[in-house]
Design a protein around this ligand. Structure first.
Ligand SMILES: [Zn+2]
Length: 151
């Protein structure tokens, strides 16, 4: 994942979607570690993309986001995935794994909160509830007022 580490997480994800969506129209290796191709953007636009694996910041794309800047844009990421399909599979697998891990962590935390609340004393609970109602978002306060018909 050397090349992709020069791109933002959002660009890698969009590049993956572009690649999977068939937006890479052609790609060829022009030199060792150099790939050149065409990637269609949103709408009718087509961008000329050149990637340089050894010097990712020297990669070029004719899109407005990358023009004149030393960044790795989503079109470059899409071309990279096209040139290295197994990398796209690794990327997706890692992404799913990370999401599952985040979900598990969230579930663990929710269970810990349930357990903690179960052990709190009445006065503590009242204080915590009031704090949540007054410091939390307004909709939460409004919902509480409606739910308990407080006037
Ligand atoms: Zn681009």
């Amino acid at each position: 994942m050397g090349f992709l580490s020069f791109a933002s997480a959002a660009s890698v994800w969009r590049g993956y979607e572009y690649y999977k969506g068939g937006k890479v129209e052609r790609c060829q290796e022009t030199n060792d570690g150099h790939y050149e191709g065409q990637v269609s953007g949103s709408g009718e636009k087509k961008y000329q993309v050149k990637i340089n694996l050894e010097h990712p910041r020297s990669s070029q794309c004719s899109c407005p986001h990358a023009a004149g800047k030393q960044i790795v844009c989503k079109h470059m990421a899409a071309l990279y995935f096209y040139a290295f399909p197994e990398e796209s599979e690794d990327y997706y697998r890692e992404l799913i794994k990370a999401e599952e891990k985040a979900e598990q962590e969230q579930e663990r935390l929710e269970n810990a909160v349930i357990e903690h609340v179960g052990k709190m004393k009445k006065a503590e609970l009242q204080q915590a509830l009031l704090q949540t109602l007054f410091d939390g978002p307004e909709w939460q306060f409004d919902r509480f007022v409606r739910e308990y018909d407080i006037q």
